[in-house]
Design a protein around this ligand. Structure first.
Ligand code: ADP
Ligand code: MG
Length: 303
């Protein structure tokens, strides 16, 4: 059965796109047929996978607003890796679909009609809980929540879970939160370890309601550490496995790909979690520095 996963957090700059693209690339590398659906009008995943929004043909905008089949939008970008791209026009779909009956299940129906079969479908969501995100939640069976381990990490999580709960109650009974992916993780900091503890408590307290969509949610043990190579590779239109296959970023996403398929995580973060651990240069010769902004400052999280 296809695993259909929405990568969602209504906050920007938490690692949704980085996770969607590099997890998809990790799965495809293992020979799993994988499709990325870029539902963010900013088209960062499309660019990250090496496509120019608009120039490589129609996008999910035409799929959602004009009923174009996914097959007409899909492009192959590597062995076993496919993408249905985004375009800035997708922002208009929020408004254009207001009067459309069943607007939240268009993507679900289009996926069901697609004759191509995939083992994984990963949906990169925009930083909002509008109609594009609702389409992802109705088409998905699982939600992964990327989160940055800082002191406001849990802020907004209740609202997110409430939305998921409503969708699971009214439209998509199969929807489950599988887990939280800790991104931009600063190994060796007390804060990182504390946020993990808070998160585990947060889910523990909510697991008691047996039919809730997050009763099985966990914090994935694979942590995605802050790694400059991950911030660099989008501008080359390459996944981390093409751009820097021996970086920490590549090994962290390979570990996550294994973990979501039931294999034991292979990283070294657990030891690095000890607050007193000294900062070590990583395999790219980079010394982790707390507070250093990563990548495009425009997509940094709002305070
Ligand atoms: P979102 O899709 O949630 O807005 P992104 O995946 O685009 O977040 O990440 C925000 C910024 O942080 C981007 O510039 C990205 O390259 C960078 N980034 C994401 N994860 C990491 C990481 N583990 N290490 C370093 N930079 C990262
Ligand atoms: Mg994004």
């Amino acid at each position: 059965m296809t695993r259909r996963i929405a990568v969602l957090n209504q906050k920007g700059g938490v690692g949704k796109t980085t996770t969607t693209v590099n997890l998809a690339a990790a799965l495809a590398r293992e020979g799993h047929r994988t499709l990325v659906l870029d539902l963010d009008p900013q088209a960062h995943a499309t660019l990250h996978l090496g496509l120019m929004p608009g120039r490589s043909g129609p996008s999910l905008y035409e799929v959602l607003t004009q009923g174009l089949p996914l097959a007409d939008v899909r492009r192959q970008v590597a062995d076993d890796l496919f993408v249905c791209g985004s375009h800035i026009d997708l922002a208009a779909a929020e408004v254009e679909l207001i009067g459309t009956v069943g607007r939240e299940v268009i993507l679900r129906d289009q996926l069901a009609a697609d004759e191509e079969s995939y083992e994984f479908v990963l949906m990169d969501c925009p930083p909002s809980l509008g109609i594009l995100t609702l389409n992802a939640l109705c088409a998905a069976r699982e939600v992964f929540i990327p989160l940055q381990a800082h002191f406001l990490a849990l802020h907004g999580l209740s609202k997110l879970l409430e939305t998921i709960h409503l969708v699971s109650k009214r439209v998509n009974r199969d929807l489950r939160v599988s887990g939280v992916v800790l991104c931009l993780y600063e190994s060796g900091t007390r804060l990182g370890a504390e946020v993990v503890e808070d998160l585990e408590k947060f889910f523990e307290a909510r697991k008691r309601a047996p039919s809730s969509p997050w009763s099985e949610a966990e914090v994935f043990r694979s942590r995605i550490r802050r790694n400059i190579r991950l911030a660099e590779c989008p501008s080359f239109g390459q996944s981390i496995f093409q751009y820097a296959p021996s970086s920490r970023g590549a090994s962290d996403y390979a570990s996550l790909a294994g973990e979501i398929q039931g294999r034991a995580p292979s990283g070294t973060w657990a030891a690095a979690d000890r607050p007193a651990a000294p900062a070590e240069p990583d395999s790219d010769g980079e010394v982790p520095a707390a507070g250093r902004p990563a990548g495009d400052p425009a997509s940094a999280p709002a305070a």
